[in-house]
Ligand binder design. Sequence first.
Ligand SMILES: [Fe+2]
Ligand SMILES: [Fe+2]
Length: 176
Amino acid sequence: MSFLDRIAAAIAPAATDEQRMEARRQLEQLAVNEPFAQDILDQHRQIESLFQQAREDAGMDAEAIIEELALLLNAHSMAEEAVVYPEISDHSGKAHAGMAYEEHAMTKVQLAALQKLEPGTKEWREKLDHIESAVLQHVYQEESSWLPDVIRYAPMAERQRMSMEYRDYFERVDQS
Ligand SMILES: [Fe+2]
Ligand SMILES: [Fe+2]
C-alpha cells in the first residue's frame, strides 16, 4: 500500500462513487447562494475532468494535461488554504483543517514525482491512479463534511467575505 493510500485509509474508507455523487448533489443545493462554494465545485469538476483526460490520453498530450492539472490544483489549493481552511478550522474543527492542509501538501509532493516519470509507463499510471484516488477522497471530505459545516455555521458576513476573497485570490494565482 502506498503512503497516500495508507493516509487515505487511516482517515476513512474511500467513498464509493455513489457516496461522492450524493455528497456533491447535496453541496450543490447548499451552495445556491454561496459563490465561494460554487467556485470550489466548478474547480473540483475541472480537476476530475483533467484526471480523466490524463488517464485516457497517456501519449503525447499527457505531459501538457498533467502540467495544466498541477497549475489548477496549485491555484485551487492556495485559495482554499488562504480563504476557506481558516473557516474550516473555526466551524468544522481544527483536526479537519490540519488534515486538509496536509493532504494538499502530500498531493503537491506526489504530483512533482509524477512529473518526473515517463507518461504512459506502468509506474506513471500507478502514480497517477494513487494521486487521483487521494484527490477524489480529499474532495469528498470537503464536499460531504468540511464545506457544509462552513456553510451551516459560519456567519453570513463571513461567507460573503469568503466569496469575494476566494475568487480574487484564485484569479491572482491561477496560471492554468
Ligand atoms: Fe482542498
Ligand atoms: Fe477543493
